[in-house]
Design a protein around this ligand. Structure first.
Ligand SMILES: [Zn+2]
Ligand SMILES: [Zn+2]
Length: 127
């Protein structure tokens, strides 16, 4: 399979599934439809996309997860249902920007951040 096609397929999958999959998850989801795809290729493609800032890569429980929504945002990992949620709101973004400004006041520049909160999601808290 051509490299550009592999990239396209994997990127499309990530854009359509905002579940923050690992490389194994992506491979498992695509292998039936694309039997020529290998886990090594999926790894390489995901890491290349992340290196270029096209997708996000961050660690949860010592495993890398990937995110097609590449604007910096916060994540919440539910330790009960194992799902990773996006935390998005204008208010949160304002708070994060103010934290970044405070850090950068000392002369540092921040290029990326990966904040993951661990806890129990609202759905699991109801049960
Ligand atoms: Zn949950
Ligand atoms: Zn996300």
């Amino acid at each position: 399979m051509r490299q550009t096609l592999q990239r396209q397929i994997i990127l499309e999958y990530l854009k359509e599934n905002r579940t923050h999959p690992t490389a194994e998850d992506v491979f498992e989801a695509l292998r039936k439809e694309y039997p020529n795809l290998t886990l090594a290729t999926v790894y390489r493609t995901l890491n290349t996309l992340a290196d270029h800032g096209i997708i996000l890569r961050f660690k949860v429980n010592n495993k890398y997860h990937f995110d097609g929504f590449n604007e910096l945002h916060l994540h919440f990992y539910c330790q009960k249902c194992n799902r990773i949620f996006d935390l998005e709101s204008k208010e949160l973004n304002k708070d994060i920007n103010s934290i970044i400004k405070k850090i950068e006041k000392s002369g540092k520049t921040i290029n990326e951040y990966h904040i993951v909160f661990y806890g129990i999601c609202e759905e699991c808290n109801k049960n």
